[in-house]
Write a protein that binds this ligand. Sequence first.
Ligand SMILES: Nc1nc2c(ncn2[C@@H]2O[C@H](COP(=O)(O)OP(=O)(O)OP(=O)(O)O)[C@@H](O)[C@H]2O)c(=O)[nH]1
Ligand SMILES: [Mg+2]
Length: 302
Amino acid sequence: MQKISGFAAIIGTPNAGKSTLLNSILGQNISIVTSKPQTTRNKIFGIYTKDNIQIVFVDTPGILDPKYRLQEFMKKEIDSSFAESDIIILVIDAFKYDSGILKSTYEKYRTEFSAHKLFCVLNKIDLLKKEEVLEMIKEVSDQFKFDEIIPVSATKKFNIDDLISTIARYLPESEFYFEPDAVTSQPEKFFVAEIIRQNVLKQFKDEIPFSVYIDVEEFKEREAGKDYIRASIIVERDSQKAIVIGTSGSKIKSLGESSRREIENFLGRKTYLELFVKVRKDWKNDEDFLKKNFNKQGAPVI
Ligand SMILES: Nc1nc2c(ncn2[C@@H]2O[C@H](COP(=O)(O)OP(=O)(O)OP(=O)(O)O)[C@@H](O)[C@H]2O)c(=O)[nH]1
Ligand SMILES: [Mg+2]
């Protein structure tokens, strides 16, 4: 059978459910998800392969107007995802649907949108009534030009199969880009850093999650015994360092334990995880730091 293969970029406002959608399509949690906006910082490749079809999904950070250097780097991740993609999937939080926001997104990316096949995925429809969804589809199709408008629920896995088969109809005949059993092209190190960051996001409130960069400084696979991972949690200020460490190290201890369990699950191997906290003043605005570190843990490779 002739193979069908291509790239689909998943973009949308922060918290729309882009990463949840990717995980739901893959049936595996590879992109971290939290209830907070700006969870995803880097492009994440998720590879779906079934029979003669391979779709390489590219999860991206939420669209926003950059206010600091880190957000500019995040924006570049979105912009660079278009070039390599056959299809753009714009994910909308249907529960918080706002035609004004959709209009400004549409205007912002008008050139890129018109050069690609464009899908609108109305996500979170588990929170809406059927009539509301139908009305929204009509409104979106009246106002905007999409090749497809597909309502889904990423968490309830509603309409996901339909979405996949519709995407496949728009992809060219092509050899696969990756081995059929590959799920991502990013190295394990990237996911180790992301798992630690997700635990920071879960454990701490307010400013800490946005102020943290995870640097996996050493990752040694050991034939006999546990893998060794040393990672630094880099914060922006001394006061944040004290918060992350907690009284007598209580916070960093529980952070280490929960992260280690998830890393072991992910790697399928026993792991020895050592965490440190370091301060790098205002790293989110530090061009040199970001240039050196932003994609250090592993940008997607083809
Ligand atoms: N009810 C409901 N909640 C959802 C659905 N999809 C995602 N969510 C929730 O929406 C929140 C954000 O999900 P993410 O997948 O992290 O969103 P994102 O678009 O990747 O966010 P950023 O990476 O910050 O841009 C989480 O609390 C999810 O559980 C859905 O289909 N239904
Ligand atoms: Mg995300």
